[in-house]
Ligand binder design. Structure first.
Ligand code: HEC
Ligand code: HEC
Ligand code: HEC
Ligand code: HEC
Ligand code: HEC
Length: 482
């Protein structure tokens, strides 16, 4: 028994000094957050059925443990402060009071802790539950958090609209989990203090490697072969004349003999590049290392500075940076809408006028909504009164669709407009493939990353009214239009 007695003796001063508001609050915070945490772990073990969400982690792995530790820190601080005060006023007792539940002083202390724990438990528990339920909802990303609005809107219209944000933004494994937590916390702080960048930047290096994300679903060696692409474009003339571009893209892949071909077949090896900007739009050097260990470096011959900057190993996202957050060009957006039938190509000059309206500068989506509608209405009322009076439903539908096209791509409040986010597939609107394949990235031995027009695709028709190849393929009547 002597052991127990000495423990009791050592405990006495702790309990004596601990009987102060600060330490009691600390004790209550610690026990309350511990209870909520244990409750959450129990729920997790038995499964809550919902999707995993980084913000659940934010609360349960950062906030609650934070409160727990805060409570633990408050206890000794309260003790030290009370001890100092008692020493200063010479009130330290000769012997510390015995631990005795009959003692009203101890009883009061314990009652306070129990009561405060209960209140804290209710507050902390309710706040955590409500916070998680709220952040779990689509509304959190889409509507409440205006910072994410452009990415959310583009996401909803993408082929990945049923893939959870976390599937791409939070990789598997402990390291990426912690990294996502740290990033998430940083972003929450930025939003709270309104210091986040507008537009939100998308540095590729901040994302998880494709191996942990895209390749969980897509097999990188899948052989895709040749891909036929038909692009329909409308003219700026009265008839909105249709032209078509037809190309066969050499997508390639890896065959059963490990032979690599085409766009997907190459770039699977270790390609490391250096860019001068975080978005990797200006690439000054790329080193291709093949499986047999040989490597070739291609350097931009027009670059006179040192070869340093942002280094990155190429993966899916260097080309498919817009696999999900697809921001269109104004031309592509209106062409796509017109292929879909609205704005209807029978309306004179609707392509030209529509482009002007969606490309004008507005202060908000609300203002754009009004001005685009009134602008198109004015145009037909003054220029084509006949069309305006007989085809009003078509004009109204066209205006409505133009507003939708604008709202899908332009977000004045986030400083996101046409072309803010580059798309790295292709080379017509952004540097894309030509960041490396521009014909001026040259190796020491004089080998050039070619920009030969036949390297990546066969161009079967470029902006032709009636491409023969579509007739040959019996596709001339496809694509909704005759
Ligand atoms: C299929 C994968 C994928 C999914 C699903 C996805 N994203 Fe992204 N996200 C990306 C890629 C790739 C980029 C980088 C784009 C670039 O560099 O141009 C990105 C960039 C972003 C950015 C720009 C800033 C940054 O962190 O780099 C935000 C914000 C964002 N995503 C939010 C979301 C939200 C919110 C969701 C769910 C509604 C979501 N993402 C779902 C792949 C994805
Ligand atoms: C959770 C699974 C999943 C993840 C992770 C994922 N994808 Fe997909 N992806 C899909 C599915 C399913 C489709 C097909 C959707 C459809 O056909 O509508 C698709 C379609 C695509 C397409 C074709 C788009 C089109 O217009 O036809 C591309 C390109 C693509 N994904 C690239 C990526 C890239 C790059 C990443 C990583 C940033 C990625 N995916 C991550 C499931 C996933
Ligand atoms: C060098 C650039 C590049 C890289 C790297 C790349 N892709 Fe692609 N990918 C393309 C191009 C170009 C297309 C065709 C785009 C189109 O259909 O308009 C494409 C098409 C696709 C498609 C659609 C295929 C179809 O049949 O329509 C999928 C899925 C895809 N890529 C997934 C991936 C994944 C996963 C990775 C990483 C392992 C990857 N890509 C790496 C350039 C690239
Ligand atoms: C970061 C630089 C970089 C970017 C961006 C890039 N490539 Fe490449 N590409 C390379 C390198 C390096 C090679 C391999 C050269 C070698 O074999 O030494 C290559 C090879 C190729 C090849 C095979 C060429 C051959 O000789 O058979 C094709 C096709 C190709 N790329 C298409 C594309 C397409 C399409 C895009 C855009 C969607 C693209 N690349 C973007 C660096 C790049
Ligand atoms: C490094 C690969 C590569 C090279 C070299 C290349 N292209 Fe392309 N090109 C692409 C890709 C990828 C696309 C996009 C296909 C898509 O829209 O998905 C494209 C698209 C196009 C389009 C259709 C674009 C549109 O939006 O209408 C035209 C036209 C075109 N290329 C012309 C050329 C010409 C001319 C050359 C020679 C100077 C050339 N390309 C060289 C990869 C390449």
């Amino acid at each position: 028994m002597p052991n127990l007695r000495s423990i009791e003796k050592n405990l006495r001063p702790v309990l004596f000094y601990g009987n102060n508001p600060l330490s009691l609050l600390g004790g209550a915070l610690t026990t309350a957050s511990a209870l909520v945490l244990v409750g959450f772990w129990v729920v997790t073990i038995f499964g809550h059925g919902g999707p995993s969400n980084p913000y659940v982690g934010l609360i349960f792995d950062l906030c609650l443990p934070g409160l727990f530790i805060l409570g633990l820190i408050l206890i000794p601080i309260g003790i030290v402060l009370r001890r100092r005060r008692l020493i200063a006023t010479d009130q330290v007792p000769a012997t510390y009071p015995q631990i005795d539940l009959q003692n009203p002083v101890f009883r009061r202390g314990i009652e306070i802790v129990v009561l405060a724990t209960f209140i804290n438990f209710v507050i902390v528990g309710t706040a955590s539950y409500r916070g998680v339920a709220y952040m779990d909802s689509a509304a959190f990303c889409g509507t409440s958090c205006h910072v994410m609005k452009p990415q959310w809107t583009a996401y909803q219209a993408s082929p990945h609209s049923h893939v959870e944000c976390v599937e791409c933004h939070v990789g598997t494994g402990m390291k990426s989990y912690v990294q996502a937590k740290v990033n998430g916390t940083k972003q929450l702080v930025e939003v709270a203090f309104d210091t986040y960048p507008r537009p939100v930047t998308a540095p590729l290096n901040a994302l998880r490697p494709a191996r942990e994300t895209c390749e969980e679903c897509h097999n990188p060696t899948h052989f895709a072969g040749e891909k036929l692409i038909v692009k329909t474009t409308f003219g700026d003339d009265e008839k909105n004349s249709v032209t078509r571009t037809v190309l066969v893209l050499h997508l390639g892949g890896v065959d059963s003999l490990s032979h690599r071909s085409g766009i997907h077949g190459h770039h699977l090896d270790h390609y490391e590049y250096v860019s001068t900007d975080p978005d990797a739009q200006h690439i000054i050097a790329v080193t291709a290392t093949n499986p047999n260990g040989t490597s070739t470096s291609y350097v931009d011959s027009s670059w006179k500075g040192p070869i340093s900057g942002y280094t990155r190993t190429m993966d899916c996202m260097d080309c498919h940076n817009q696999a999900t957050h697809v921001f269109q060009t104004a031309e592509d957006a209106i062409d796509e809408a017109m292929v879909d039938g609205t704005p209807n190509p029978s309306l004179p000059f609707v392509h030209k006028e529509g482009l002007v309206l969606i490309q004008a500068t507005y202060t908000s989506q609300a203002q754009a909504g009004q001005k685009i509608v009134s602008g198109l209405d004015d145009f037909y009322r003054t220029q084509f009164p006949q069309v305006w009076s007989t085809q009003r439903p078509l004009v109204d539908a066209a205006a409505k669709r133009l507003v939708a096209v604008y709202d899908r791509n332009v977000f004045p409040s986030m400083k996101v407009t046409w072309g803010t986010y580059p798309n790295n597939i292709g080379h017509m609107d952004f540097p894309g493939c030509f960041r490396c394949h521009d014909g001026s990235h040259v190796s020491k031995s004089g080998k050039t990353l070619s920009n030969d027009c036949g390297l990546c695709h066969n161009l079967l028709a470029v902006d032709e009214t009636n491409p023969r190849v579509l007739n040959d393929l019996s596709l001339q009547n496809e694509l909704h239009l005759q």
